[in-house]
Design a protein around this ligand. Structure first.
Ligand code: E4P
Length: 217
């Protein structure tokens, strides 16, 4: 499974990219607003750090506006994936941009039916938001299983990108189901790497080594 970072924070992107485990980046208007930066300059900065799909979301809500923004974003770098919402205009924009060779990430997916439509419209990535479903007492992971099973019957180009991830269990469950990609905020990357027994084990190894280090010449 590919792991993406769900942030527009350039310091975090540099930090986790250095681990060698970041395959791509997802951003959205809220994440850009949190950083208080220009979308274009931040996305361009990210392309210099991560060599993989980088999602940049349109803010237009009409077809023409989405196409205009999407074509513009695509000029910034070869790795740009244009993110469009799952709306009627978003589906149309997905079809048009995809047919022009611009990869599209269809976002704000909350049902298998929406995922099927996005796949049929030529999406390269489809983003079901599991955390937001969990928030309203629906099992987000059940949706991932449903979409992965459904798409395995066909040969759409669409990859399933698990989004709105809140904790490491989400990541492991998504991997067991066989989702293609999981995008997660930096805090979840931190929680994935941490285990108290690793810290205790290392401390013990180093303490024992102290006893014999002078014999190592
Ligand atoms: C990813 O593409 C989405 O923008 C993101 O995962 C949304 O996460 P949230 O529900 O935590 O805002």
């Amino acid at each position: 499974m590919q792991l993406f970072l769900d942030t527009a924070n350039i310091e975090a992107i540099k930090k986790y990219a250095a681990w060698g485990t970041v395959d791509g980046i997802t951003t959205n208007p809220s994440l850009i607003a949190k950083e208080g930066v220009s979308l274009e300059s931040r996305i361009k900065e990210i392309t210099e750090v991560v060599d993989g799909p980088i999602s940049s979301e349109v803010v237009a809500t009409d077809y023409e506006g989405m196409i205009k923004e999407g074509r513009e974003y695509a000029k910034w770098h070869k790795n740009i994936y244009v993110k469009v919402p799952l709306t009627e205009d978003g589906l149309r924009a997905c079809k048009t941009l995809s047919s022009e060779g611009i990869p599209v990430n269809v976002t704000l997916i909350f049902s298998a039916g929406q995922a099927l439509l996005a796949a049929k419209a030529g999406a390269a990535l489809i983003s079901p938001f599991i955390g937001r479903l969990d928030d309203i007492s629906q099992d987000g992971m059940e949706l991932i299983a449903e979409i992965v099973t459904m798409l395995s019957n066909y040969s759409y180009d669409a990859k399933v990108l698990v989004a709105s991830v809140r904790h490491p269990r989400h990541v492991i469950d998504a991997a067991q189901i066989g989702a293609d990609i999981c995008t997660m905020p930096p805090e979840v990357f931190d929680k994935l790497i941490k285990h108290p027994l690793t810290d205790i084990g290392l401390e013990k190894f180093l303490a024992d080594w102290e006893k014999v280090k002078d014999l190592q010449k």
